[in-house]
Ligand binder design. Structure first.
Ligand SMILES: Cc1cc2nc3c(=O)[nH]c(=O)nc-3n(C[C@H](O)[C@H](O)[C@H](O)COP(=O)(O)OP(=O)(O)OC[C@H]3O[C@@H](n4cnc5c(N)ncnc54)[C@H](O)[C@@H]3O)c2cc1C
Length: 486
């Protein structure tokens, strides 16, 4: 076994996860209730077979984490559980208050070191090597020496994370550039549900400061959203108010920003004792303090930001892609558990549940189950635009601006078509990548093309995909868009 990663081992989305991880371990909770909440958030497109597995296997995967040493927060000697938007029960486990991802990542990295699994850092995967359409190796680029290397393998597991860097405003770190999607697409794997990109409603919005996530749990524990006139507005949009699903809250905030002409709203926890806020959300509390805001006294300016890539490499419930030998886990994969809209705190869980299943399956030699039809598919081929024309290529900032303006929370056909054309043109202008930024730019352009093309095809609004020219869900679109390069 060999693990390669393009930066240092702890440079990833996981490290930034705050709120927690969902599992039905509470006395009044059950996998059935967790299943129902997940399917209800997914707006008709969940792969229910995968959701069953996710919710049934969750308690065992939490037990694994406890065994590995993840220090989940406790209350009266029991694991503490909090509630988040669209969960009907308190079922979110957290560690270090709001440092859940960092605690999980540090614990698992320690386990990797203890098991003496070889890790190659600064090693960026660039090509999947195929023989008779079966994966047999991986080509990589050493970002320190700029040399290429090839590794042979029987099974390749992509766990390359998301693509928040597609957008100008994102909660994702710099590494989230859609590399795994682009790698798999170029190798001919099926990519699915790319039109669904989740925007987090509340990222800190301060001039010159990277959007920093103000966790869902802040609303879950009583935070109130107010417009710049100080008015609480969520009840005017939905009876669930602050606890509505993310897409509803994000669009309500955009609408409210439009009404007031401001580029942000506020989240208000000033009614809660400072000691409770500081203890429950230490990272957020201190980050805000460092930027001159005391959550106990000040309302915190927030705006939506790109957060989670729902679509990805289409995989079976054993993590197998449509290419023999290629597996995918985590944010780069699409098991279908999130449908058209991810329920908060289900993504760390998805990594664990399906990651474990991949190991089980690959140890058994990787017999194939196939990526069965979930709710009916619509297939489309997207030509891979070979680059190398040598014309000047755009930078990451231009791409992020383009997609933020035309393909983010509120979309329409005109903006999407324009973006798709520009991206195809940019791709055809790209020179052969020769360093990490240019590989990442190529991967962002390919991932952006897959997202905009899928969003153009879906002539309705559903879950995280909202189009002003087709503002309602349409039963005819109760299906998945699958794209491949072949
Ligand atoms: C701010 C924030 C808060 C979040 N909060 C929560 C939460 O509370 N609960 C929850 O469930 N989810 C949360 N999420 C989402 C969740 O953290 C991610 O979906 C999950 O951690 C993804 O894990 P992953 O293993 O798929 O990817 P990552 O953790 O991002 O790991 C991907 C790794 O692949 C490497 N890589 C990428 N491309 C290449 C390449 N070409 N070659 C080699 N290596 C490569 C990267 O360097 C990185 O190390 C949050 C996300 C963010 C950004």
């Amino acid at each position: 076994m060999l693990l390669v990663t393009k930066g240092s081992i702890d440079d990833c989305n996981t490290r930034h996860a705050q709120g927690g991880i969902a599992a039905a371990i509470g006395v009044k909770d059950s996998p059935e209730l967790h299943f129902k909440d997940t399917v209800s958030a997914g707006a008709g497109l969940c792969n229910e077979k995968a959701v069953r597995i996710l919710t049934n296997e969750a308690p065992d995967r939490i037990a694994d984490l406890v065994k590995f040493g993840v220090p989940f927060d406790t209350f009266n000697g029991e694991i503490a559980l909090t509630r988040e938007a669209a969960h009907s029960m308190p079922r979110i486990l957290h560690a270090g208050g709001d440092a859940t991802g960092a605690q999980i990542e540090t614990t698992l990295s320690r386990q990797i070191r203890m098991a003496q699994i070889p890790v190659l850092e600064h090693c960026l995967a660039t090509f999947i090597i195929l023989e008779n359409r079966r994966v047999c190796g991986l080509e990589t680029f050493d970002t320190l020496t700029c040399g290429a290397q090839q590794f042979g393998c029987r099974h390749l597991i992509l766990a390359t994370g998301g693509a928040g860097q597609l957008f100008k405003f994102t909660t994702n770190p710099e590494v989230a550039t859609g590399d795994g999607i682009a790698l798999a697409y170029r190798a001919g794997a099926d990519i699915v549900d790319m039109e669904f990109f989740q925007f987090h409603p509340t990222a800190l919005h301060l001039p010159g400061v990277e959007p920093f996530l103000i966790s869902e749990a802040v609303r879950g524990e009583g935070g109130i959203l107010r417009n710049t006139r100080g008015e609480a507005f969520m009840k005017a949009y939905t009876p669930q108010a602050e606890l509505a699903p993310r897409d509803v809250v994000a669009r309500s905030i955009v609408s409210e920003m439009g009404k007031t002409g401001a580029d942000h709203v506020y989240i208000d926890v000033t009614h809660q004792p400072a000691s409770i806020t500081a203890a429950r959300f230490p990272q957020i509390y201190h980050y805000c303090l460092e930027h001159g805001l005391d959550m106990a006294r000040d309302m915190i300016p927030v705006a939506p930001a790109a957060h989670y890539m729902i679509g990805g490499i289409r995989v079976s419930t054993w993590g197998e892609s449509s290419l023999p030998g290629l597996f995918a886990a985590g944010e780069v994969a699409c098991t279908g558990v999130h449908g058209a809209n991810r329920l908060a705190s289900n993504s760390l869980l998805e990594v664990l549940v399906f990651g474990k299943r991949i190991i089980e399956r690959s140890l058994k030699g990787g017999s194939r189950e196939g990526t069965d039809d979930w709710n009916g598919d619509m297939r489309s081929a997207l030509k891979h635009e070979a680059g190398m024309s040598g014309a000047p290529s755009p930078g990451r900032a231009a791409l992020q601006q383009l997609l933020w303006e035309n393909a983010s929370i509120v979309r329409d056909g005109k903006g999407l078509a324009r973006s798709a054309d520009i991206l195809a043109n940019w791709q055809s202008c790209l020179p052969q990548p020769g360093d990490r930024p240019s590989w990442e730019l190529l991967n962002l352009i390919i991932t952006g093309r897959l997202m905009t093309e899928a969003a153009l095809m879906r002539l309705e609004s559903r879950g995280a995909h909202y189009r002003t020219d087709y503002p309602k869900p349409d039963a005819a679109w109760h299906k998945h868009i699958v794209i491949s390069s072949e």
